[in-house]
Design a protein around this ligand. Structure first.
Ligand SMILES: Nc1nc2c(ncn2[C@@H]2O[C@H](COP(=O)(O)OP(=O)(O)O)[C@@H](O)[C@H]2O)c(=O)[nH]1
Ligand SMILES: [Mg+2]
Length: 352
């Protein structure tokens, strides 16, 4: 093989399998994939031409030290497995856009993944027939009702309960705890107590203690077994974030929470993250008996339709929606109507 093989080169193929075959033939099984991207088909041709992909790959120098840390260097099979799924989605998108239902394209623009758009479209067709109603407004009204029928309400919170907010570092757990605490103490008039606890790392959320003081709520800095018999109406535990890619870290958290009497577990996610990342985070934390999701950072996310991917794909209800760093600021009970109103801002149904 020529030394040029050690430099990245492009491979163009119609499928992931075809790209693998080309790369293996040219560069051998050691090949490393640097980047994969769909090639844009110009104009209308995209409706009938198979989508093509371009894969940049190279063969590492056999004697050289480990390959330079290229941005997204990944083993060939891993990168292509991900891409195979993306290709599948591109095909699904083309089918959806050709379905005759204009709302299918609109739903995807609001953040719904092709898989779940297809699910909604299938339900619409089985209820109303293959042909869409004559106006787009009617299509939207049907799609809204169909989405809403998939809403799952979270459990009502009892008169005396302990809650823990868990999630990745920086997802907004401590901020949300302050918002929820403020709501519970000031609006619902409940007696509250907070435990700001260390985990594998220390809990640096000083603002939580300051905020507790302002509300005259006790904020404990360590857990003692008598915490299980707390007398207030509602208890909240704040923990440092956990690396969701480490199943060991999640198992350790599970052990810690069991020893603390298995509080109600709410997973806090940054709603501005890519939906694929959010779904992977839900899967990782589902090793714990999660009760529901709380979504933060919605001030940074215009596409609220993505939230339905969590309802439809993650099988967990959403309890609260939150936007911004201010406390209490914007903090709402999650509901289908609230999401739909943001998802379709110009829909006449919002004025009802
Ligand atoms: N823009 C925005 N920032 C937020 C939101 N929630 C939290 N933050 C900020 O994100 C950072 C991490 O929040 P924090 O509550 O400490 O996250 P934790 O590590 O999960 O406890 C802080 O700088 C917060 O002010 C939100 O909804 N929107
Ligand atoms: Mg925190």
């Amino acid at each position: 093989m020529s030394s040029a093989a050690h430099q990245a080169m492009p491979f163009i193929a119609a499928s992931a399998e075809e790209a693998v075959a080309q790369i293996r033939a040219r560069l051998g099984s050691e090949a490393v994939v640097l980047n994969v991207r769909p090639l844009k088909t110009p104009g209308l041709a995209r409706f009938w031409q198979k989508p093509m992909i371009e894969v940049m790959a190279y063969r590492p120098e056999p004697t050289a030290p480990p390959a330079p840390p290229a941005p997204a260097a990944a083993p060939i099979n891993e990168a292509l497995a991900g891409f195979r799924q993306e290709l599948e989605e591109i095909k699904q998108q083309v089918d959806l856009n050709n379905s005759g239902w204009r709302v299918a394209t609109l739903l995807q623009k609001t953040g719904l993944l092709p898989l779940h758009t297809q699910q909604i479209l299938d339900a619409l067709k089985s209820a109303h027939g293959d042909h869409p109603p004559s106006s787009l407004a009617e299509e939207i009204a049907l799609a809204r009702a169909q989405l809403a029928s998939n809403w799952r309400a979270p459990y009502a919170i009892g008169p005396h309960s302990m809650h823990v907010l868990i999630g990745p570092a920086g997802s907004g757990k401590s901020t949300l705890l302050c918002k929820w605490l403020t709501q519970a103490a000031l609006v619902d008039g409940r007696q509250a107590r907070v435990w700001r606890l260390d985990g594998a790392t220390s809990n640096t959320a000083e603002f939580l203690s300051v905020h507790g003081e302002a509300l005259s709520v006790a904020v404990e800095r360590c857990w003692t077994p008598d915490g299980r018999a707390f007398s207030e109406d509602i208890g909240f535990m704040d923990l440092p974030g956990v690396d969701w890619r480490s199943s060991l870290a999640i198992r350790e958290l599970a052990g810690q929470l069991t020893r603390m009497g298995s509080p109600h577990m709410h997973l806090v996610l940054n709603g501005a993250y890519d939906i694929k990342v959010l779904l992977a985070q839900v899967r990782a934390f589902s090793a714990l008996p999660l009760e529901d999701l709380i979504i933060s950072h919605l001030d940074e996310e215009p596409h609220w339709g993505k939230l339905w991917n969590l309802t439809l794909g993650a099988g967990l209800p959403i309890r609260h929606l939150s936007a911004g760093q201010n406390i209490p600021g914007e903090f709402w009970e999650a509901s289908a109507e609230r999401i739909l109103a943001r998802q379709f801002p110009r829909s006449p149904l919002n004025e009802r």
